[in-house]
Design a protein around this ligand. Structure first.
Ligand SMILES: Cc1cc2nc3c(=O)[nH]c(=O)nc-3n(C[C@H](O)[C@H](O)[C@H](O)COP(=O)(O)OP(=O)(O)OC[C@H]3O[C@@H](n4cnc5c(N)ncnc54)[C@H](O)[C@@H]3O)c2cc1C
Length: 471
């Protein structure tokens, strides 16, 4: 092996693995990237349907505060304005009520744009507006910090019911994918702080919503693979890594993988596990099969296996108006491609996206996607409930196209959650990345990308230190 140029195996071709592979290649390492599935992108991927517009495994939203994801896309040559529709913070319901940043305030610096949205929220009384302003000012004074065991429901207990329904619940569910009664207030406050007070990627304000105008594959997976292949990195889809162990000399890691039923193996200077938490735990276990666990590794596996998950379902459909007043297309506000919905046990969707507008398709018939966080995993019951919700809240008759239920969409972001760290003491050359790895963010694309990049930086620094010691 070339000692000056470490050979790194990255296991998992989701956004964390792709970001890690790009970072490692950029920093001069030789990279082999393994992905178990035939498709790249993991939980943010395009489904191969053969139809003219490919559907994703789930509708995703980015925000301007996703600085590392947006920088990665730009590095890969993705034209951001063409790939993402930027719109001001908007949590408006079909009746026009809720938060929406007016056009004239959209150029104001953060958090003044959010202030305008709060002061002009439709359907809110002055008690609602002032209640929210008082609470956000108090959170800001306390440095957006709170006790680790608080839930979002506890943090927001004094807020008026309208603010809870129109803002806290949709924001909590969309950012943490965990209902306020079970969601971590600390993580919620961190998200709020970064979107209100943080920095946005150049050209974007942090709270700005960025809605994909192309399929998810076009945002990172496809351009990342092209970028990697141009620079000599190996990218192997359909290769499931099955085991991991130290080589007899103890200086390298040997990886076994299965591709088309054939088991192969090779040695690497270092391994980055960017697969799911369950798979990473299984592979860490395999590394200790001969020797028995170290306490550190046993703790790591316990944390990874102890994560609980929340589902997300996406219901793709064509919407037909039923309103008695006639008209040929369902009503949709001109300045947004996303509407919040009143959700309940019988009407489970929290959001509906206008895919016709986002993807530049014909507006009739209208193509839409309903998003249901913490969804029931019974598809037919879910589809029936969404059809009823569309009829009662939007006056639409739905023609269902496809429903994708991701049972383990994100980890449940609960108070006091212990997330596994990116490395284990005494286990050189083995690092871990993924949205679930210890960090300040909930399970997001930005969390995944940052984790992949930071793990590579840690791994290469560790290699550098080892080389210095060996000299
Ligand atoms: C429906 C849905 C909607 C979402 N909406 C949003 C949103 O709006 N905004 C947002 O920021 N985030 C959203 N998320 C979360 C976001 O998609 C994830 O946080 C992110 O994609 C996680 O990336 P990852 O690389 O950490 O993990 P993953 O995407 O899970 O990648 C792990 C990869 O490892 C592969 N793998 C597993 N085992 C092996 C093995 N043994 N060998 C080789 N490969 C292996 C898997 O096939 C997978 O491709 C959503 C998620 C879902 C499911």
């Amino acid at each position: 092996m070339d000692r000056g140029r470490p050979h790194i195996a990255v296991v998992g071709g989701g956004w964390s693995g792709l970001a890690a592979a790009v970072r490692a290649t950029e920093r001069g390492a030789r990279v082999t990237l393994f992905e178990a599935s035939r498709q790249w992108g993991g939980r943010a991927r395009t489904l191969e349907s053969g139809a003219s517009t490919d559907q994703d495994n789930g509708q995703h939203i980015l925000i301007g505060a996703y600085t590392e994801t947006l920088a990665l896309m730009a590095q890969l040559g993705v034209a951001l304005p063409e790939a993402l529709q930027a719109q001001a913070l908007s949590l408006r319901f079909p009746d026009g009520s809720g938060l929406h940043t007016p056009g004239w305030a959209q150029r104001w610096p953060a958090p003044l744009d959010a202030l305008a949205a709060i002061l002009l929220a439709r359907g809110w009384s002055w008690t609602d507006r002032l209640g929210l302003l008082r609470a956000t000012t108090a959170w800001r004074w306390r440095g957006f910090a709170c006790p680790a065991d608080w839930t979002v429901a506890r943090l927001c207990a004094g807020l008026p019911p309208r603010v809870l329904q129109d803002m806290v619940e949709p924001m909590c569910v969309s950012a943490l994918n965990t209902p306020p009664e079970r969601a971590s207030a600390q993580v919620f406050l961190r998200v709020l702080k970064d979107s209100l007070m943080g920095r946005g990627y150049p050209g974007y304000r942090p709270a700005q919503m960025l809605l994909p105008r192309q399929d998810l594959g076009a945002l990172v997976p496809k351009p990342a693979l092209a970028w990697l292949q141009q620079r000599g990195a190996q990218a192997r889809a359909g290769c499931r890594v099955t085991a991991l162990r130290h080589t007899p000399t103890g200086t390298h890691w040997r990886l076994d993988w299965v591709s088309e039923g054939i088991t192969e193996a090779d040695d690497f200077d270092a391994v980055l596990l960017a697969c799911t938490a369950t798979e990473a735990a299984r592979l860490v276990e395999s590394a200790f099969a001969q020797t028995g666990f170290t306490p550190e590794a046993a703790r790591w596996v316990g944390m990874a296996r102890g994560l609980r998950y929340e589902p997300i379902a996406t219901v793709y459909a064509t919407a037909h108006p039923t309103h008695a007043g006639g008209g040929t297309s369902p009503l949709w506000p001109a300045d947004t491609a996303l509407m919040a919905l009143r959700s309940s046990a019988c009407h489970p969707a929290q959001f509906v996206f206008n895919r016709s507008r986002l993807l530049g398709l014909a507006l009739q018939p209208l193509q839409v996607a309903f998003v249901v966080s913490a969804a029931s995993t019974d598809k037919s019951a879910l589809e029936q409930a969404i059809a009823e919700q569309a009829l009662s809240q939007l006056d639409w008759r739905l023609e269902l196209q496809q429903t994708v239920v991701e049972k383990r969409a994100t980890f449940a972001c609960e108070p006091g959650l212990q997330r596994p760290p990116a490395s284990m003491a005494g286990l050189a050359g083995l690092w871990v990345a993924g949205d679930y790895v210890a960090g300040p963010y909930p399970a997001t694309l930005e969390g995944a990308v940052r984790s992949g990049q930071q793990a590579v930086d840690g791994l290469l620094e560790e290699q550098r230190q080892q080389q210095l010691q060996a000299q």
